[in-house]
Write a protein that binds this ligand. Structure first.
Ligand SMILES: [Zn+2]
Length: 163
């Protein structure tokens, strides 16, 4: 288990140094977990003074590219939260907690940030990985949660010159 946690930590560290200035001096816990069942690859949890990325055990066999995409998506959550002032954070939190739209907008925002920061190929690899195994019904659920499809990722990246 420790070997995998180290892998995720190293990827996160490199990404922060290169592309996530708002995460630079923010304490971050990275760990592997059994907690997610099969549906989620990873999650970002937020305390006011620290962030935490939990990675599902099922990601052990993901390619390096997909892991970079995964961690960039989670760090994008962290960075977008760190950039909010307290009033905006409270507004966001209420919308996130009580509406489906709040949650799905948060996911789309993280995907877009990941692409804007130059990790479109990596996010694409991650989503392909997930889509490959998903039934059509499952794909619909993933889309309704705000995650961009591999096609949308490519399209958005091409539009902004980041493919
Ligand atoms: Zn997310």
């Amino acid at each position: 288990m420790r070997k995998y946690t180290e892998r995720y930590k190293n990827v996160a560290k490199k990404l922060i140094r290169k592309s996530f200035p708002h995460m630079m001096d923010f304490p971050l816990i990275v760990s592997e977990t059994n907690f997610f069942g099969l549906n989620y690859s990873a999650g970002y949890t937020y305390g006011l003074f620290f962030g935490m990325i939990l990675v599902n055990k099922k990601c052990r066999n993901y390619s390096n590219k997909a892991i970079v995409g995964l961690m960039a998506h989670e760090l994008s959550h962290g960075e977008s939260l760190n950039k909010m002032n307290f009033r905006i954070f409270l507004k966001f939190l209420i919308k996130w907690m009580f509406t489906k739209k709040g949650k799905s907008e948060f996911e789309t925002l993280a995907d877009r940030m990941t692409i804007e920061k130059g990790y479109a190929q990596e996010l694409y690899a991650l989503r392909l990985n997930i889509n490959k195994k998903a039934t059509n019904e499952r794909k619909k659920i993933i889309a309704s949660k705000g995650y961009m499809s591999s096609k949308q990722i490519r399209q958005y990246a091409e539009n902004i010159g980041k493919w």
